[in-house]
Design a protein around this ligand. Structure first.
Ligand code: ADP
Length: 295
C-alpha cells in the first residue's frame, strides 16, 4: 500500500462510476483534500483497475490529466485510488446545473484548448483515452480542465486488436469504431479521441447530446445511424456558431478518420489558438462560479 485509508476522513460522495464510488476525503494530518475512487473489484475488474493505474502513472507530469497520488487496498478487498480533487466537478454536471443552457463560445474555446493539451500529453505517451465525454472532463475552481477516468483507456503496444478497442461509451464513439472498413481503413485510435472531443465540445454548445433530438433515448441502433450516416458537424444550426467554431468542429468530426485533424494541429486551429486565452479562461471560470455560488 502506498498510503493507509485510515489517514483519510470521508467528507462526501462526489459521484458514482462504473465500478464504484468516488468520495471527497481529507487527509487528517495535513487537511489536504483529495478524491478517493473506491472500485469494487472482482478478478476481472481488478485487472482493469491496474490498467487504469498504469495509465495514470504514465500520464504523471501532465497538468491536464487528473493527478494520481497512489492506491491502497480497502478492508473489504476493494481498491482505492487517491486522486487530485477537482472541486468544480465534471463538465457534464456543470451543464446540468446550468439547466442545460449552452456554454458560450469563449468558454468552449477554453475547454477545447485544455482538453487538447491533455490529449496531446496522452497521445505523446502512446495512451489513448477512448472515453472522452463531458462526464470525464473535470474542472477546478481555477477554471483548469483535466482529463479523468482511464477505466477504458489503453497504452498502445505493437498491434491493435480492433475487437479489444471496441469499448467505451457508444454515444461518443467515432464512425470507424462502428464500422472500420468504411470509415477508417486502418483504425487510428488517436483520431477516435479527437472525434469524441469534438462531440463533447459540441454537446456543451448545444446543451444536450448533439446527434439526437433533445431528450431522445440513447439507443444503440439510433446512435449507429446518426454516427455512421449523419453529418455530425452539421449538428450546429446555421448561424448558431462562429465560422471558426464551425470549422473547428468540422476538423474534429470528419467521418473518415484520416481526414480528422490530429491533436497537435487542432491546437493551432484559429478557434483555440486565436481566442484570447485570458478572456476565454475567464468566461469558463465565470460559468463555474455562477454554478458554485448557486450550490
Ligand atoms: P468510474 O471510473 O468508476 O466510471 P469516474 O471516474 O467516472 O468513475 O467518476 C464518477 C464521478 O465522480 C465523475 O463523473 C465525477 O463527477 C466524480 N469524480 C471522479 N473523479 C473526481 C475527482 N478527481 N474530483 C472530483 N470529482 C470526481
Amino acid at each position: 500500500a502506498e498510503f493507509r485509508l485510515s489517514e483519510f476522513e470521508k467528507l462526501q460522495v462526489l459521484g458514482h462510476g462504473n465500478g464504484g464510488t468516488v468520495y471527497k476525503v481529507r487527509h487528517r494530518l495535513t487537511a489536504a483534500v483529495y478524491a478517493l475512487n473506491v472500485v469494487h473489484t472482482d478478478a476481472s475488474l481488478r485487472r482493469q483497475v491496474y490498467r487504469e493505474v498504469d495509465i495514470l502513472r504514465r500520464a504523471a507530469g501532465s497538468d491536464r490529466v487528473v493527478r494520481f497520488h497512489g492506491m491502497a487496498p480497502t478492508p473489504s478487498g476493494d481498491v482505492a485510488l487517491l486522486l487530485e480533487h477537482m472541486d468544480g466537478g465534471s463538465l457534464d454536471t456543470l451543464l446540468r446545473h446550468r439547466g442545460c443552457r449552452p456554454f458560450p463560445e469563449p468558454a468552449l474555446a477554453a475547454v477545447a484548448r485544455q482538453a487538447l493539451l491533455g490529449l496531446a500529453d496522452l497521445h505523446s505517451r502512446q495512451i489513448v483515452h477512448r472515453d472522452i465525454k463531458p462526464a470525464n472532463l473535470l474542472i477546478n475552481a481555477a477554471g483548469e480542465v483535466k482529463i479523468a477516468d482511464f477505466g477504458v483507456g489503453k497504452v498502445l503496444r505493437r498491434s491493435l486488436d480492433p475487437c479489444d478497442s471496441y469499448v467505451g461509451t457508444c454515444a461518443y464513439m467515432s464512425p470507424e469504431r462502428f464500422d472500420s472498413e468504411s470509415y477508417g481503413g486502418d483504425y487510428d485510435p488517436y483520431a477516435a479521441d479527437v472525434w469524441s472531443l469534438g462531440l463533447a465540445v459540441l454537446e456543451l454548445h448545444r446543451g444536450h447530446f448533439p446527434l439526437l433530438p433533445k431528450g431522445a433515448p440513447l439507443d444503440w441502433a439510433a446512435l449507429m445511424v446518426v454516427i455512421c450516416f449523419g453529418e455530425a458537424a452539421r449538428a450546429v444550426p446555421e448561424g448558431a456558431a462562429s465560422s471558426e467554431f464551425q470549422d473547428f468542429l468540422e476538423c474534429c468530426l470528419q467521418k473518415e478518420s484520416r481526414k480528422r485533424w490530429p491533436v497537435a494541429e487542432l491546437l493551432g486551429h484559429p478557434f483555440v489558438a486565436a481566442a484570447d486565452r485570458a478572456e476565454s479562461e475567464k468566461a469558463l471560470r465565470d460559468l463555474l462560479h455562477e454554478d458554485m455560488d448557486e450550490s
